[in-house]
Design a protein around this ligand. Structure first.
Ligand code: PLP
Length: 458
């Protein structure tokens, strides 16, 4: 009997996330190791990890110190719940995160294990807070079109991406409204942001729904869905003004942007955002352990505790897991001691100059968007002639053509079809200029092949 290969076992037993069965039956990539910005598969191929796993391997792969921090804590006390107890790593991680969060009042950390749970916890905290205050009518949430906030049913209700929601619509709660993001809801050039649809429709929606029914507005500082959408100056200040006017909580979803991706511990600091809550996950441990959470204003927590309700009525077994928190402490310490955020800030213009050169060279690119170490390039048929991709080309590019060019160049960046055909780049934050050069060279190959494919007579 022939030995069963890992690939056969993978096909037989591993149900991959967001992956078509046909693709999995055909190919089961198996990744086995990683160092810095590169990862290796079981066939010995090297890949440049241009997506930091999934926007999360901020400090890079193969760090012995982070592995050791996990091992040391597991030996000492692998687990104790956060229900009425704390452990030293949970306390240390919470204190560190509170110190890094913008402002003085954002100082209470509620830990969970994933970004989806972080978003659900923020939604539930907002509801819990208003019930504690006696404002029982407030439960609705306003999010933005094309925003990804996770996949569990509560978080999926908040997510604004039709293809993820479609078959689950009957199961999603009806309390969420979606409003334009700052790309699709932009106003004419030179006009005041306060007059842009992304702001006016938000306020109009609150009025139509009844301000007394709305609990929270949630948005990412730089929106991933629709391709690294950077907010225009003044936008977040408008969100703050509107939330204050109608007594609504404002949550910045920093699951991607937290812990350095935009060159700051939290992108809220970069864009002068003053949220009531910040959700985080991914980069908090550089993905060496699953950990997420919500940073909440102390005053909101105090008000909840002092109410008849007396607590935040929510929790999970693994929230604040000591091993994950020990890794968070080691990761944050390393990011700080090794000046990793400076690396992002020092190379931001270099990264952007490369992207500008790519756009200039390739007429099939409409533009690049993003900041820090987080970018998207958007495809068109021809920028010069103002022609968008045909439906046929868009479907084929997303249906595997772009994916195969990406894989064959051994650069792990993400083909994305949320609102446009794009490639998303988000390397580990330790990538130096040599790695960025390598990344751009591989991008060049992908774009050359895509251009040839689009121009060929099919
Ligand atoms: N929020 C944002 C902004 C995200 O990008 C993600 C995941 O990519 C989530 C929430 C959900 O996180 P998770 O996949 O850990 O549940």
């Amino acid at each position: 009997m022939s030995a069963t290969t890992d690939h056969e076992l993978a096909r037989a037993h591993v149900l991959p996330h967001f992956t078509k069965g046909a693709a999995w039956r055909q190919e089961t990539p198996i990744m086995v190791s990683g160092q810095g910005c590169y990862v290796q598969d079981d066939k010995g191929n090297d890949y440049l990890d241009g997506l930091a796993g999934l926007f999360c391997s901020n400090i890079g792969h193969g760090r012995q110190d982070l592995a050791a921090a996990a091992g040391k804590q597991a030996e000492k006390l692998a687990f104790f719940p956060n229900w009425g107890f704390a452990t030293p790593p949970t306390i240390e991680a919470a204190a560190l995160i509170a110190e890094l969060a913008p402002g003085d009042d954002l100082s209470e950390v509620f830990f969970v294990s994933t970004g989806s749970e972080a978003v659900e916890s923020a939604v539930k905290f907002a509801r819990n807070y208003y019930v504690a205050r006696g404002e029982e009518s407030r439960y609705k949430v306003i999010a933005r079109d094309w925003a990804y906030h996770g996949t569990t049913l509560g978080a999926l209700s908040v997510t604004g991406i039709p293809k993820f929601r479609k078959q689950f619509l009957p199961m999603l709660w009806d309390g969420v409204r979606h409003v334009p993001n700052t790309l699709d809801g932009a106003g004419p050039e030179g006009s005041a942001v306060a007059d842009w649809p992304c702001v006016t429709v938000l306020e109009q929606t609150i009025i139509e729904e009844g301000p007394e029914s709305v609990a929270m507005v949630i948005a990412e500082p730089v929106q991933n869905g629709r391709g690294a959408v950077v907010p225009p100056e003044g936008y977040w200040q408008e969100l703050r003004r509107i939330c204050d006017k109608y007594g609504i909580l404002l949550c910045a979803d920093e699951v991607i942007s937290g812990f350095g991706r935009m060159g700051y511990w939290f992108a809220s600091e970069r864009f002068d955002i003053q949220p009531d809550m910040i959700t985080f996950a991914k980069g908090v441990t550089s993905a060496y352990q699953p950990l997420g959470g919500v940073v909440i204003k102390r005053s909101l927590v105090e008000e909840t505790w002092d109410s008849e309700l007396a607590m935040f009525n929510h929790g999970s077994t693994f929230g604040g897991h000591p091993v994950a928190c020990a890794v968070a402490v080691a990761n944050i310490t390393a990011l700080r001691d090794e000046d990793v955020l400076d690396n992002v800030n020092n190379n931001e213009t270099y990264f952007q100059d490369h992207l500008t050169k790519l756009v200039e060279r390739f007429d099939i690119l409409k533009e690049w968007r993003g900041c820090g170490y987080f970018y998207a390039v958007e495809f068109v048929e021809s920028r010069e002639h103002g022609r968008e991709l045909s439906d046929e080309d868009r479907t084929a590019l997303q249906g595997g053509v772009l994916g195969s060019f990406v894989r064959e160049s051994r650069l792990l960046v993400r083909p994305d079809d949320r609102g446009a055909t794009m490639l998303v780049l988000s390397p580990p934050l330790v990538a130096d200029r040599a790695v960025l050069d390598d990344l751009m060279q591989r991008m060049f190959q992908i774009l050359e092949r895509t251009e040839a494919w689009l121009r060929e007579d099919r």
